[in-house]
Unconditional design. Structure first.
Length: 110
């Protein structure tokens, strides 16, 4: 943590004391003469969407039209309501515990 404070202090001091050196417009002239950046054509997004759609369709077909979802819904509907509430409560406690430990560790690293 002390190391981070020292880096912030050093960065602030360097910004404060960096004098501007007048170059009579040289930097602006160089920047104007540079070619405009080329827009890259990337098909990465299209490829990912197409592959996702293919994988989703294949999964749906191989899972017999999503029958496993209906079977799981039937099992949950037939389960005791009190048991479902207990499971939800325990899951909430677990998620809260993991989130709390992650927040504590993140605070220690600052």
């Amino acid at each position: 943590m002390d190391e981070q404070l020292q880096e912030d202090w050093l960065e602030a001091r360097l910004r404060e004391e960096a004098p501007y050196i007048d170059d009579a417009g040289f930097t602006a002239q160089v920047m104007q003469k540079l070619p405009a950046p080329q827009a890259k054509r990337s098909f990465r997004g299209v490829i990912l969407i197409v592959l996702t759609l293919i994988a989703s369709g294949l999964t749906y077909y191989l899972s017999d039209g999503g029958q496993f979802v209906l079977q799981a819904a039937r099992q949950i509907a037939g389960t005791n309501f009190l048991l479902l509430c207990e499971i939800a409560f325990v899951c909430g406690l677990l998620v809260t515990g993991f989130a709390t430990s992650a927040a504590i560790q993140a605070a220690r690293h600052r």
